[in-house]
Design a protein around this ligand. Structure first.
Ligand SMILES: Cc1cc2nc3c(=O)[nH]c(=O)nc-3n(C[C@H](O)[C@H](O)[C@H](O)COP(=O)(O)OP(=O)(O)OC[C@H]3O[C@@H](n4cnc5c(N)ncnc54)[C@H](O)[C@@H]3O)c2cc1C
Length: 335
């Protein structure tokens, strides 16, 4: 272990990829995560039946490095192939149709947040620590402040992997170098998790753009047998970006009613009775306008912004950005 101390903000795919890469060089890494769990938008909500995947639904592996990571995750039983019986609606773009033909799909096993498993190494992870400020101590070191008045450090380098607007809030007070983060656009997404008492009468396991309101609907977590024995038919619905923007401040009950109504219209049948239903609002879900480079350096290369939003809207973009930020930090601190 070297004496170099690194702080990573965020324990999603980007933050954990950066942490694991730096840990392997012997650096002393601490990850700060505001939530109780790891994985960020690779999210699984625990219910009385089992876990609903209410964030990312599947991953693609177009980049060779990420494809190798998926193979590693499969060997850990943390990932598996997924080939649902898919219906695609009229709003599916020609590019999406082309990708559907080419891509293999993978899910975390038994639930999405397990996909980060191979990255969790013996570095320090402080959960339920929301970082509110990065303080520059001198030209080479930084302290972090959290929402409970804690102060941590000094750190020789910091990598911030929160969604773009939250990263901008932390970094823009430090330097104008981070101003381009303000040009990144991320769309919100309302997610509904519905546990039906009897199977929804449809031939499909997943629907892409079935209606203007719903961009995605799928049987959740199909590989978790125990979940499916307890819960006859669990579905996750994702509202489209436009619908989510228009209903961003609606209450959960109204969102649930509207989106289940849209699902009923799409499937053309009376929906089965609900055992339970809940909703989750992702304020920053999918990148619409990315930064266009794999990470953003500032403070002499010691404070780096990373995350899916640097390159795109997918988990593999997060993995690549986390790796790239870690390599940039190694270049700065070790050469
Ligand atoms: C509804 C939805 C559907 C999606 N579907 C797909 C899909 O099918 N396929 C796909 O590839 N991708 C999908 N995505 C996108 C995918 O989830 C993301 O690209 C990827 O998970 C982003 O990883 P990340 O590490 O960059 O960011 P995140 O996963 O957002 O991780 C950032 C972490 O930082 C933490 N954090 C934020 N601020 C602070 C702070 N101040 N202090 C401490 N911690 C902080 C957050 O809690 C979070 O854990 C979807 C996303 C959503 C929301």
């Amino acid at each position: 272990m070297t004496s170099i101390r690194i702080a990573i903000i965020g324990a999603g795919m980007a933050g954990l990829k950066a942490a694991s890469t730096l840990h392997k060089t012997g650096m002393n890494v601490t990850v700060f995560e505001k939530s109780r769990g790891l994985g960020g938008r690779l999210a699984s909500r625990r219910t009385e039946f089992g876990h609903f995947n209410h964030g990312a639904q599947y991953v693609t592996a177009r980049h060779p490095g990420f494809a190798a990571y998926i193979e590693q995750a499969k060997s850990f039983n943390a990932a598996q192939n997924w080939k649902p019986n898919l219906h695609h609606g009229q709003e599916t773009s020609p590019q999406q149709l082309g990708n559907l033909a080419l891509d293999h799909w993978y899910q975390g096993a038994p639930q999405m947040n397990k996909l980060i498993g191979p990255l969790v190494e013996p570095f320090e992870i402080l959960k339920q620590h929301q970082i509110t400020r990065i303080e520059q101590l001198d030209t080479r070191s930084f302290a972090l402040h959290d929402d409970l008045d804690g102060k941590f450090g000094p750190f020789d380098g910091v990598i911030v992997t929160a969604p773009a607007p939250q990263t901008a809030q932390l970094l823009q007070p430090l330097s104008q170098r981070y101003d381009p983060i303000g040009d990144v656009v991320m769309a919100p997404c309302w997610a509904v998790m519905a546990a039906f008492e009897t199977p929804l009468p449809t031939a499909f396991d997943a629907m892409l753009h079935p209606s203007p309101a719903i961009s995605w609907a799928a049987r959740s977590n199909p590989s978790d047998d125990l979940f499916h024995r307890r819960c006859p038919d669990p579905w996750v619905l994702h509202a489209s970006p436009n619908w989510s923007r228009d209903h961003l401040e609606d209450d959960q009950e109204r969102v649930i009613e509207k989106l289940l109504g849209a699902l009923r219209d799409v499937s053309g049948v009376k929906l089965p009775d609900l055992h339970s239903v809940q909703a989750h609002r992702w304020r920053y879900a999918r990148t619409e306008t990315p930064l266009g480079s794999s990470h953003l350096n500032g403070m002499n290369g010691r404070v780096i912004a990373a995350g899916d939003w640097c390159l795109g809207a997918r988990v593999e973009a997060a993995w690549r950005s986390g790796q790239s930020a870690a390599h940039a930090m190694i270049e700065t601190l070790i050469g």
